[in-house]
Design a protein around this ligand. Structure first.
Ligand code: SAM
Length: 250
């Protein structure tokens, strides 16, 4: 199985590829491991890979263009590979998922840093988001290593003793975080939502709460169970109810 990891810190993986079971699996050709340095795909003099978030707020957001270029380049080498993003907002990674992924020929893992990744890259280039647990790490590399390790152990021959021997900021509010956007304003035809460019912080906060509730509802509805909703959250649900009523009646 071929693994490629898109990262801003390839050195974190150097020891991983060259240690223990993974090293043996690489040298016996059962797996291959490629660390792809995202900064090599930045186009400006300073090799910029992050920028300030549209709509304001703290932290930086990873720009979509270097990521898109790094991914396209990797896909030329391993066409057809599934692309997964390490994210605390993703589907919890478990043994069942590892078993399913172990039957793939190739896997590309994208590692986020800072506040996360521009949403347009996520929606256009990522097949699946996976989380290694309900806690927030500083980057995706540790999770990528956990995922690769658990999958590799399930590949026949990797453990030596046979396959039998191989027999989880967003959660601080209890919700998944809202979508992020940074420069450019238009990326591959997709525009940043107008409200984030408006400078109207009350409206931006409202948009973010709604985005957050929507994402939580779609991705982790279990987080909404037994939640005591605030008046603002209830107002969002009321708005959705009215929109749904209108849709159903047409
Ligand atoms: N602001 C983001 C949020 O609240 O959802 C968290 C960003 S985190 C500081 C930076 C990167 O670390 C993420 O883009 C992701 O790639 C990785 N990461 C953090 N926690 C993770 C987890 N539990 N599972 C997988 N990846 C994680």
């Amino acid at each position: 199985m071929k693994f490629a990891v898109l990262t801003l810190f390839p050195e974190m993986l150097d020891v991983f590829w060259s240690t223990g079971i993974i090293r043996r699996a690489v040298s016996s050709g059962l797996i291959s491991g490629d660390s792809v340095y995202i900064r090599n795909f930045a186009s400006d003099r300073h090799k910029t890979c992050d920028d300030r978030p549209y709509g304001g707020g703290c932290g930086m957001v990873m720009k979509p263009e270097p990521l898109a270029r790094a991914l396209m380049d990797t896909k030329e080498r391993i066409p057809g590979a599934l692309t997964v993003l390490m994210s605390p907002q993703g589907k919890p990674f478990d043994q069942k998922t590892a078993e399913k992924m172990a039957s793939l020929e190739s896997l590309i893992i994208v590692c986020g840093r800072y506040e996360g990744i521009d949403e347009r890259f996520v929606s256009d280039y990522v097949d699946e988001e996976i989380s290694i647990g309900d806690y927030v790490l500083s980057g995706g590399e540790i999770g990528a290593m956990a995922v690769i390790d658990s999958i590799s152990r399930l590949i026949p021959g990797v453990l030596g003793g046979g396959i039998e021997s191989a027999e989880l900021d967003t959660f601080s509010t209890g919700l998944i975080e809202h979508a992020h956007y940074t420069r450019p304003e238009i990326f591959e035809g997709q525009k940043v939502p107008d409200v984030l460019l408006s400078g109207n912080h009350k409206e931006i906060d409202k948009w973010r709460l709604e985005s957050s509730l929507k994402r939580t509802f779609l991705k982790r509805p279990d987080l909404l169970e037994n939640r005591t909703f605030t008046a603002d959250e209830k107002a969002v649900f009321k708005k959705w109810r009215e929109e749904l009523k209108r849709l159903v009646s047409v």
